[in-house]
Design a protein around this ligand. Structure first.
Ligand code: GLU
Length: 462
């Protein structure tokens, strides 16, 4: 397929809950394709679900995409040549187009009540046939009713299109019943508003999740009926499955919530890299890709068809790699919001041991909260107290920095005749109250000298 330089792609999230991982993944593939083709990436807000939309959810979508640096060229907050970009502000357009379809007899008014439709559905079930609207209101509309929805008169036949991932797709439209395009509350359905906006916003390639694959024939029939040009291409990205292999659910799977990744201290560039590889296979062993490399390398023909299972271990590994790639100053800056209790010098001092250990920034808190929390001094036996006393003695006159502390402690260990492990474990316990900590010389050096010594003395006197 020839791709011209006027490529226009879009994401169309619905602000009905927290920002979803799928939105980030779809946005990423759209952005990669747009950047590869010097195209335009549009953010449209599909907010026609009156009951479930909230402006604060729209904000969460913006925040998450900004955090991931997936910036859009046109959108509700940016304006552009095809504004407005919020469907709730485009209602007149949908109503006019529905009126046109009605006038051309490509759509009709349906006065059926929900109860009547339910009865039709149940009857079909009883007769074990797939349900399709009976067209009662097309052939024999009731005369005495005023509340109606608008139904599209499905022309039937075969709907064909090429998917950039899945190749030739064919759907039998004879199996598709006449569907509603304008609801009785006069709002458009997704099935109508989406292809209308794609056409009016001159979207050339529709790149979205696989869950929309079965919507495409509906939308193409509408595009044809309205006399619009079909998008040049469609790509239906594999579903992201949860870590347990189930469909990703907002309620059950924390990985569905984009905000969580930021809270836990995943780096946006690592998450982008991870998401790119979640559905796409570069065909080489390479796993770490800069954004520019992704733009260069990504192609739809290496996108898998099957669902892609979310793997925390792999993400953690990748995030660790990205953490280690940051220079110390940059890493300290990224850690700062996680450690408001600490000054910059302390964070800087902790970077070398943290950098080799962390796979997400929130772990900085686990390693360093002993600096502002006073751990309970443990009850030590006589021998152990003796070792702590020797440590205090060795540390008293030492310059308070990691290397000098390390040398002094090693001498004390040698003099004590016990192993390093045996000597350091009670020190760690007294200083941090934890089983795992940064190396002992850092654990000490990060505390002010007096505070460190006083914790140790406290345990001897205890
Ligand atoms: N509002 C739809 C969604 O969030 C958009 C689907 C589409 O891209 O057409 O899934």
């Amino acid at each position: 397929m020839a791709v011209s330089d006027s490529v226009r792609v879009r994401i169309a999230p619905s602000p009905t809950g927290f920002a979803h991982l799928g939105t980030a993944s779809t946005a990423l593939y759209n952005v990669l394709f747009a950047r590869q083709n010097n195209g335009t990436f549009v953010l449209r807000v599909d907010d026609t679900d009156l009951e479930r939309n909230r402006p604060e959810y729209e904000q969460l979508i913006y925040e998450s995409l900004h955090w991931l640096r997936l910036e859009w060229d046109e959108g509700p907050d940016k304006s552009g040549p095809y504004e407005p970009y919020r469907q709730s502000e485009r209602l007149d357009t949908y109503r006019e187009l529905a009126a046109r379809l009605l006038a051309e007899e490509k759509a009709y008014r349906c006065y059926c009540t929900p109860e009547e439709l339910e009865a039709e559905r149940r009857q079909a079930q009883l007769e074990k046939r797939p349900y399709k609207y009976s067209r009662r209101c097309l052939t024999d509309p009731p005369k005495d009713r005023s509340v109606f929805a608008v139904r599209f008169k499905v022309p039937g036949g075969e709907v064909k299109f090429t998917d950039m991932i899945r190749g030739e797709m064919k759907f039998d439209a004879d199996l598709i019943g006449d569907f509603i395009i304008i609801k009785s509350d006069t709002y458009p359905t997704y099935q109508f508003a989406s292809p209308v906006d794609d056409a009016l916003m001159k979207i050339t390639h529709v790149i979205r999740g696989e869950e929309h694959l079965s919507n495409t024939p509906y939308q193409l029939m509408l595009v044809d009926a309205l006399g619009y040009e079909r998008p040049a291409g469609y790509a239906h990205m594999p579903l992201i499955l949860a870590h347990d292999g189930a469909k990703l659910s907002k309620r059950r799977h924390p990985e569905a919530n984009l905000a969580l990744f930021k809270e836990q201290g995943y780096l946006p560039e690592a998450l982008i890299n991870y998401l790119a590889l979640l559905g796409w296979n570069p065909g080489t062993e390479q796993e770490i890709f800069s954004f520019d490399e992704l733009v260069r390398e990504f192609s739809f023909d290496r996108v898998q068809h099957a669902g892609a299972r979310f793997d925390w271990e792999k993400l953690d590994w990748m995030n660790g790699e990205y953490i280690r790639m940051l220079d110390d100053g940059e890493l300290a800056g990224r850690l700062k919001p996680f450690l408001p209790q600490l000054d910059e010098a302390t964070i800087r001092c902790a970077i070398p041991p943290l950098k080799t250990r962390m796979h997400k920034l929130a772990q900085g808190v686990d390693y360093l909260d002993y600096l502002w929390l006073d751990p309970q001094p443990p009850a030590l036996d006589g021998d152990t107290k003796e070792r702590v006393r020797r440590a205090v003695e060795a540390l008293q006159d030492v310059a308070w920095e990691p290397q000098a502390i390390e040398v002094a402690l090693e001498q004390a260990v040698a003099a004590s005749g016990v192993s390093k492990g045996k000597f350091y474990t009670p020190l760690r316990d007294v200083l941090t109250g934890k089983k795992v900590s940064l190396p002992i010389h850092y654990t000490l050096a990060l505390l002010p000298k007096e505070a460190a010594l006083s914790r140790l003395r406290g345990a001897i006197d205890n």
